[in-house]
Design a protein around this ligand. Structure first.
Ligand code: HEC
Ligand code: HEC
Ligand code: HEC
Ligand code: HEC
Ligand code: HEC
Ligand code: HEC
Ligand code: HEC
Ligand code: HEC
Length: 445
């Protein structure tokens, strides 16, 4: 039997050499649409446990009841046990012990996913799952949104390795109430959100703290009682979760109209009118109805003006492209390894509808200026407006105007000098298409 088995294995290996892997640990693979184009980092064990956690089998073996886990881990990881003892899980009538989330076999430990928590908190899980029907962006779809983004798999590791730290909100429940306290009071405060909702394309933190709401929170928030649920009357001014997770509902997508802000939308579709009603009900906890109404009209007007400016500059870039004035031209830049069509027919892609990923990297100077206008200044102006921080909004609207002016001047200059300047006749291909950096990137995903 033993010999027969091994003969069979040897035969199989002969026939299909890739099965040589079968006796060894699985070669780690990525996930999503581009799974074969990237490999997970060690940290992905934590960020996407369902797909990447591998139980540690070197040191400990045994099947233990919860009390024994606690006893040993009070020595091994005292901080974890202390946090757990201070948690709602320890206080529950039937305490939720370590094996409820990790399993009881130390050789097969797991890290909990949405589903693990959802087994005992089905309503909260269902609310989050419901986000999927509103499409992107949402917490429920955050992980697939990141790993399916072309630039995630196409860029070198060092530049994308942190994506999943934030997008892990889509694969586990300990983003806002962190382990092992799982404290709702922590989740209600803005600090729970801004670990991720910060940075130039989504300055939710800076815009909120610049608003009257954020100012009040900074001045008085330390003395508010955060143990109370997010309901009318419990908080003098709203934090992120008060507005976006109304009454504690684990749903952040059911009111989003302008969403991320990277494309123009029509705020008057039937769906958006319903979403706006939900927003107005939220503001109505503390303001008379006309305050919210005039606010949302002003938001839509601000967006319309922003998009008029963006379209004007986009048109300018497209005209430069048609005159072959973008240098390096698309054919002189390294294409994304996975973008087979762009390899054959290189073309500078301008604006949201021609391809967002391409706008980030490997572009000419003037395209990069437009990218920063569209992706950083525009999105900051939007969030300033959305979060009722008028001075913040004005600051970035002014930068948009300045930047548009500079791009227009630069375009005039390019048109005047034409394609035959000394810098335009340089051989950029040899630097960009096959430089050291490009080669390294191609080989290390
Ligand atoms: C309610 C669910 C839950 C319970 C109960 C629970 N844990 Fe955890 N534990 C988690 C989560 C969530 C993580 C983080 C996993 C991740 O990042 O993907 C974690 C991570 C860990 C880690 C890994 C720490 C690290 O940084 O590598 C250890 C060790 C651990 N838990 C031990 C325990 C022990 C011991 C108990 C019992 C006192 C316990 N856990 C109870 C949910 C739980
Ligand atoms: C006799 C001591 C002992 C007992 C009992 C014990 N553990 Fe551990 N545990 C350890 C040690 C040591 C480590 C770190 C080395 C390792 O991961 O094997 C660890 C690691 C862990 C980790 C981190 C795993 C990872 O992948 O990072 C978790 C989670 C965990 N234990 C949960 C439990 C649970 C749940 C129980 C009860 C079913 C339990 N432990 C019982 C000693 C113990
Ligand atoms: C075995 C069932 C079980 C599992 C699994 C479980 N919980 Fe709980 N959870 C409870 C019980 C019971 C309570 C206490 C009673 C209550 O508030 O519903 C609780 C309470 C909570 C609270 C409120 C704590 C407080 O201080 O008021 C949070 C937040 C929470 N759980 C989150 C989670 C998360 C996140 C996970 C997964 C990592 C998880 N739970 C896994 C059963 C569970
Ligand atoms: C661990 C990181 C993380 C934390 C913590 C987090 N978020 Fe998010 N959130 C994200 C990511 C990533 C997305 C975008 C997902 C996508 O691309 O689909 C997102 C999306 C959203 C959206 C939808 C955006 C849209 O344009 O429609 C809202 C609203 C939101 N989060 C609010 C919050 C609030 C409020 C909190 C705190 C209570 C919070 N988030 C905590 C990572 C996080
Ligand atoms: C600091 C946390 C953070 C990091 C790091 C991060 N993101 Fe995000 N990402 C977010 C948040 C928050 C949003 C949603 C913002 C909003 O809706 O206003 C978002 C939105 C997105 C969206 C837009 C979703 C849509 O439907 O329009 C994509 C795609 C995305 N991220 C991919 C990535 C990739 C790829 C990386 C790594 C290169 C990355 N993110 C790194 C927090 C982060
Ligand atoms: C975006 C941040 C965020 C994420 C992610 C999140 N929660 Fe919460 N959670 C909160 C907030 C905020 C509260 C407090 C709600 C309130 O005040 O009513 C809370 C409270 C809870 C409570 C306390 C009791 C209750 O029902 O109000 C439970 C249980 C809970 N969450 C479970 C989960 C589960 C399960 C997941 C994963 C499916 C999850 N949470 C993911 C923000 C979050
Ligand atoms: C007073 C209520 C309020 C508070 C507080 C608030 N927001 Fe917002 N937020 C809004 C409104 C209104 C919009 C724009 C809605 C739209 O698309 O028309 C918005 C937009 C957003 C968006 C884009 C997605 C969407 O829903 O349109 C994200 C992400 C976001 N906020 C995150 C945060 C974070 C993180 C905080 C805390 C730092 C925060 N918000 C605080 C009201 C609030
Ligand atoms: C939980 C109560 C609460 C909610 C909900 C709330 N606000 Fe406010 N809002 C306040 C308080 C309190 C102030 C005044 C802060 C201060 O200056 O002391 C304020 C101030 C404002 C201001 C600034 C007024 C000024 O004179 O500068 C605007 C605009 C505003 N809110 C709009 C909104 C909108 C729009 C919403 C819904 C998206 C909303 N608020 C939701 C409590 C709330």
């Amino acid at each position: 039997m033993w010999i027969a088995h091994h003969c069979l294995v040897a035969l199989l290996l002969l026939l299909c050499p890739h099965l040589v892997w079968s006796g060894l640990p699985d070669p780690p693979l990525g996930t999503g649409e581009h799974a074969d184009a990237w490999k997970p980092d060690p940290m992905h064990e934590y960020w996407d446990p369902a797909n990447h956690h591998r139980p540690e089998t070197e040191t400990m073996a045994g099947i233990f009841p919860g009390e024994v886990c606690l006893e040993c881990h009070a020595q091994i990881t005292p901080g974890i046990v202390k946090d757990w003892r201070n948690s709602g899980h320890a206080r529950a009538q039937q305490p939720v012990l370590c094996p409820a989330c990790h399993g009881e076999d130390h050789q097969k430990l797991v890290f909990p996913t949405h589903q693990t928590c959802g087994n005992c908190h089905p309503q909260r899980l269902a609310e989050m799952e419901e986000e999927k029907k509103y499409g992107f962006p949402s917490h429920a779809l955050a992980m697939e949104r990141a790993v399916d983004a072309k630039h995630f798999a196409d860029k070198p590791k060092a530049e994308v390795t942190a994506c999943l730290q934030c997008h892990s909100v889509g694969s586990k429940c300990d983003s806002c109430h962190t382990r092992h306290r799982f404290d709702p009071a922590e989740a209600r405060r803005p600090e729970a959100c801004i670990t991720c909702h910060s940075g130039p394309p989504h300055p939710d933190d800076d815009s909120y703290f610049a608003s009257a709401h954020g100012q009040k929170y900074l001045e008085e928030g330390a003395s508010w009682s955060w143990d109370k649920p997010l309901k009318k009357g419990n908080y003098p001014a709203p934090g992120c979760a008060y507005c976006h997770m109304r009454e504690g509902k684990h749903q952040v997508a059911d009111k989003a109209v302008w969403k991320f802000g990277i494309r123009e939308i029509n705020p008057r579709t039937a769906e958006n009118v319903i979403k706006r009603k939900r927003w107005q009900e939220t503001c109505a906890d503390c303001h008379p109805a006309p305050v919210a109404l005039s606010f949302f009209n002003a938001l839509d007007a601000e967006r319309k003006a922003a998009w008029n400016l963006l379209y004007r500059v986009e048109g300018l870039l497209k005209s430069l492209r048609s005159q072959d004035l973008l240098r390096p031209a698309a054919s002189e830049r390294p294409p994304y390894p996975m973008d087979r069509i762009a390899r054959l027919f290189p073309r500078a892609r301008i604006g949201f509808f021609e391809g967002q990923a391409s706008a980030f990297y490997n572009v000419s100077a003037i395209e990069r200026d437009y990218f920063e206008l569209w992706y950083f200044d525009n999105l900051a102006a939007y969030k300033g407006m959305a979060h009722q921080a008028p001075a913040f909004q004005r600051r970035f609207a002014e930068r948009m105007h300045q930047s548009a002016q500079q791009i227009e001047n630069q375009a005039k200059r390019l048109s005047a000098t034409g394609p035959h300047t000394p810098s335009n006749s340089m051989d950029l291909k040899s630097i960009w298409l096959d430089g050291e950096y490009t080669r390294f990137n191609r080989d290390h995903n």
